[in-house]
Design a protein around this ligand. Structure first.
Ligand code: PHB
Length: 389
């Protein structure tokens, strides 16, 4: 047997085993999920966790040679409990990485806690503009969107259809208010006018009085932000009131994502804008969807699952750059900020503020799918107003 080993080969073997030994000595990377597992956004939290774990499982359960250990808190989409919930993960569990959350108000409190403890945060849904605006930080990353992004993209689309007047309706908190502001900016820049903003407290679903008001106002179009369980009920109520026959309903795509099974007939034909769609013709998305269907039978992949999956990809890029050594925090974060994420939505990069620069799709509901109609805006970057790094 030929046992001759070149010096270079030996060095390579030693280097690899040293890296692996180092990774093992460090134990698992501790990832803390702060997500809603109850309430109107419960399904969204589960989809994010599913997506994140799917990517890690595809890597054999390890990122940069290190096992991943998960910790969980149900944030209930309750901003009042957010500081305490964040500290359970940060102080009690001492996680290395925070992953969360869905609700903008909760996410702002989470961002504050992450920055105070210098814990790296991956925001996997919440669009609060402030997170990659005035609250931005080197350790703060978002793999989802800013509330401004999908809503702004809908403005010119509505104007192009010839609509002149719009009424908006949403929950009265950051996500709804910022989505409405984004739509207004895009619509009015294109010659339209928002004539009335309607809202109700989160997570209320007594839409009837507001629908009566819309019927009386008779705008050319209605723009809305609702998501999760509330979106299901809103779309059903809008159709039950007969408004879908007279006033077109537009929205950011959360209105119809992960909700179509429950909305059924009432959602058919709805047009929305979002950074993900069904029927994207790219191999990455096809592979993701097949893997998701296998891992979670009976659950359709949606935008939330994609955002979770991409958070794991972003973390992997950071860990690889420092060979799993989390003490090299600054280097890891630098690599994350520079990463190109090979996402099912289409590849994206992060803005200097840490928000995805991404295509926004116009989609239309057809059966159980939000089928892509076209790219509404290519490589849309959030303006990151107020971010200083
Ligand atoms: C938010 O609160 O930022 C939020 C919640 C649910 C969504 C989108 C945004 O689907």
């Amino acid at each position: 047997m030929n046992t001759r080993i070149t010096r270079a080969a030996l060095a390579a073997v030693l280097a690899t085993s040293a890296t692996l030994a180092h990774a093992q000595a460090q134990g698992p990377v501790k990832v803390g999920f702060m997500l809603p597992y109850s309430g109107t956004y419960a399904a969204l939290g589960t989809a994010i966790e599913n997506g994140f774990k799917l990517y890690v499982d595809e890597q054999g359960g390890k990122l940069a040679g290190r096992e991943v250990a998960y910790y969980k808190v149900d944030d209930e989409s309750n901003p009042a409990k957010a500081p305490e919930n964040a500290n359970r993960l940060i102080k009690r569990d001492q996680v290395d990485i925070l992953v969360g959350t869905v609700h903008s108000g909760v996410a702002m409190a989470l961002t504050k806690a992450a920055k105070e403890s210098d814990t790296t945060l991956l925001v996997t849904n919440a669009g609060a503009d402030a997170i990659t605006g005035p609250m931005c930080g080197m350790g703060v990353f978002r793999t989802s969107f800013s509330n401004w992004q999908p809503a702004y993209a809908m403005g010119p689309i509505a104007a192009e259809k010839g609509y002149k007047t719009a009424v908006t309706i949403t929950w009265k908190y950051a996500a709804g208010e910022e989505a409405v502001a984004g739509f207004r900016e895009g619509f009015e820049k294109s010659g339209g006018k928002v004539v009335k903003d309607l809202s109700l407290p989160f997570p209320n679903v007594e839409f009837q009085p507001l629908l009566t008001e819309i019927a009386a106002l008779k705008p050319d179009v209605v723009f809305t932000f609702f998501a999760g369980g509330g979106a299901v009920k809103f779309v059903q109520d809008y159709a039950a009131a007969g408004l879908n026959k007279t006033i077109p309903l537009y929205g950011s795509g959360f209105l119809t994502d992960g909700t179509l099974q429950a909305q059924g007939q009432s959602a058919q034909g709805l047009l929305t804008t979002l950074h993900y769609a069904d029927g994207l013709d790219n191999p990455r998305d096809k592979a993701f969807r097949a893997a998701y269907a296998k891992a979670y039978p009976g659950v359709a992949p949606d935008v939330y699952a994609v955002q979770g999956y991409d958070a794991a990809q972003l973390l992997a890029a950071g860990l690889q750059a420092v060979q799993g050594d989390l003490s090299k925090k600054a280097d890891m974060r630098k690599a994350m900020r520079a990463a190109t994420i090979d996402s099912p939505r289409g590849a994206f990069t992060l803005s200097p503020a840490g928000n995805p620069v991404q295509d926004i799709y116009l989609r239309q509901v057809d059966g159980l799918e939000n089928k892509v109609v076209k790219v509404a805006v290519r490589k849309l970057a959030d303006p990151a107003r107020g971010c200083r790094l």
